[in-house]
Ligand binder design. Structure first.
Ligand SMILES: Cc1cc2nc3c(=O)[nH]c(=O)nc-3n(C[C@H](O)[C@H](O)[C@H](O)COP(=O)(O)OP(=O)(O)OC[C@H]3O[C@@H](n4cnc5c(N)ncnc54)[C@H](O)[C@@H]3O)c2cc1C
Length: 478
């Protein structure tokens, strides 16, 4: 005999059936289980999901509903406020238990605490589980019981704990039907897809949903041995591209660890797996940091940088956003982002360095643009990434480290394949000039059909001078 007749499972960013502790808890404790998703972007305050995330969410919800239906259930969609929607569903289904997997971002933590307190006062049982991170924030602390601010010791501690991780939970094989009378809205009425169809590139690149995530993990596992050497090459597909799947919880991090560690016994594979898991460790680090330092979504972790003066230039910001800075590697990255909703990690660092250091534009301008355009936009990872590059966060790149996009391009795009893919207007330039067309002789440009300022922009900034200016700003700050 189960304790509850009916339970609600409040799905949020755990859009999967496998290794979903909230779903499994509900099934173990109630005869009927009602899967519910409440669309309430206003509850995320100034970090409500951007356009690319909404596109992903639409398809991920459709996929989850499809999987639930195959097992005899269905996803009940509602609009917010979350508490109102939960109370309505509780009333309509006579449910007495609500289960959800926790989120750890500041706005979600506050909302969830309020919802839990209100439900408790209503006499409803609440079960909150962790399905999002390997370890909950607060559980990985340094010797003084304080949060780590540097990645390597954080990772050393976490890595040792990995052996204690429970095995991922299996997906249920069937589910009870949902009651007929529960009110719901249709997915299309949420209007998550863009009104002007700019999303073809996203559709060509991604398969949102749990099945897409599992396939991506399986395929990546086959070439994980190449990860340590290939992960810095934007011209190759050597990274896992699991970030959006992990963000929406179509895959849990425990599944990643278990799949890669157990499936690949060879030495090269296991080196690849360990190098890869270290990156998943950065995801944990980012989430733990944001939990301990919630103000960092909008303010630097290192207070020294709070007084930094930033330049305002709409024209330069726009050139950066549109991939029209005249600096090929930066423009290639920004166009990859615009077209596919994703950008290679190394290129993210380089475009962020150009914006915050050479152009001296506030890192939050860049963070907001990424927020709107990345399919993997994630508040913890994005905040960490931008503050790391700007030099004002935890374990940040030293402030004097200013990426040189020309040298970086030569090193990480040695065959010039990345530039040629994203900047076809430069494709006919010889290798020697393609990373810095402004230095090419007129005859070479002409022969390649390039007219600077007409077919391709001149650089918005002189890389050498702007580097010196940035160093000057930083030395004054110190
Ligand atoms: C300025 C900037 C902004 C960024 N914004 C985001 C963001 O909004 N969302 C996001 O998921 N990542 C962000 N990153 C981190 C990183 O670029 C992406 O996680 C990675 O490129 C995603 O591709 P992948 O899944 O193929 O990565 P892989 O190399 O296959 O890595 C595996 C997983 O590890 C995690 N990971 C890898 N690198 C990092 C990192 N540096 N910090 C945190 N987690 C990491 C991701 O979950 C990723 O899916 C940002 C980095 C920078 C420099």
């Amino acid at each position: 005999m189960k304790t509850h007749r009916t339970a609600l499972v409040w799905f949020r960013r755990d859009l999967r059936l496998t290794d979903n502790p909230a779903l499994l808890h509900a099934l173990a404790n109630a005869e009927r289980v009602v899967p519910l998703f409440v669309f309430a972007p206003e509850e995320e305050q100034q970090w409500a999901p951007g356009a690319a995330s909404l596109w992903w969410l639409h398809h991920s919800l459709a996929a989850l509903n499809g999987s639930l239906r195959k097992l005899g259930s269905a996803l009940v969609l509602q609009t917010g406020p979350s508490l109102t929607a939960l109370r309505r569903a509780l009333r309509e289904t006579d449910a007495t238990l609500v289960c959800w997997n926790k989120l750890y971002e500041p706005a979600a933590l506050k909302r969830d605490a309020e919802v839990a307190a209100a439900l408790d006062a209503d006499g409803v049982s609440v079960e909150q589980t962790n399905g999002t991170l390997l370890f909950e924030p607060g559980s990985i602390l340094n010797g003084s019981k304080l949060p780590y601010r540097v990645f390597t010791p954080f990772w050393r501690t976490l890595d040792k704990e990995l052996v204690t991780l429970p095995a991922p939970l299996r997906a249920p094989r069937q589910l009870p039907a949902i009651p007929r009378n529960v009110s719901r809205v249709e997915l299309d009425t949420l209007e998550l897809l863009p009104k002007i169809a700019w999303d073809q590139g996203l559709a060509d690149t991604w398969t949102p949903g749990e099945a897409g995530a599992l396939k991506q993990l399986k395929d990546f596992g086959k070439h994980v041995a190449a990860y340590p050497t290939g992960r810095d090459r934007p011209d190759r597909e050597e990274t896992s591209r699991l970030a959006p799947h992990l963000h929406f919880g179509e895959l849990g991090p425990r599944q990643v660890v278990a799949t890669l560690r157990h499936a690949h016994p060879g030495a090269a594979e296991s080196r690849g797996t360990e190098s890869y898991l270290r990156q998943v460790g950065w995801r944990e680090f980012a989430h733990h940091l944001l939990f301990h330092f919630p103000a960092t979504t909008d303010a630097p972790l290192n207070p020294m940088f709070a007084k930094q003066k930033w330049r305002r230039s709409r024209a330069d910001l726009r050139a950066w956003q549109r991939g029209a800075t005249g600096i090929p590697l930066v423009d290639a990255g920004m166009r990859e982002l615009w077209r596919t909703g994703w950008m290679h990690n190394r290129v993210r660092m380089i475009v962020a360095s150009l914006l915050t250091k050479n152009l001296q534009i506030h890192w939050l301008e860049g963070a907001h643009w990424f927020w709107d355009t990345l399919v993997d936009a994630d508040l913890a990872n994005n905040t960490l990434g931008w503050q790391w590059v700007a030099g004002c966060g935890a374990d940040a790149a030293p402030y004097y480290r200013i990426f040189n996009p020309v040298l970086q391009a030569k090193r990480f795009d040695p065959l010039r394949g990345y530039i040629r893919q994203w900047l076809p207007e430069l494709a006919r330039l010889p290798d020697r000039w393609i990373h810095q067309p402004w230095t090419a002789p007129d005859a070479v440009l002409k022969h390649a059909g390039v007219e600077l300022g007409v077919t391709y922009p001149r650089p918005v900034v002189d890389l050498g001078e702007s580097r010196n200016r940035a160093l000057q700003v930083y030395s004054e700050l110190r």
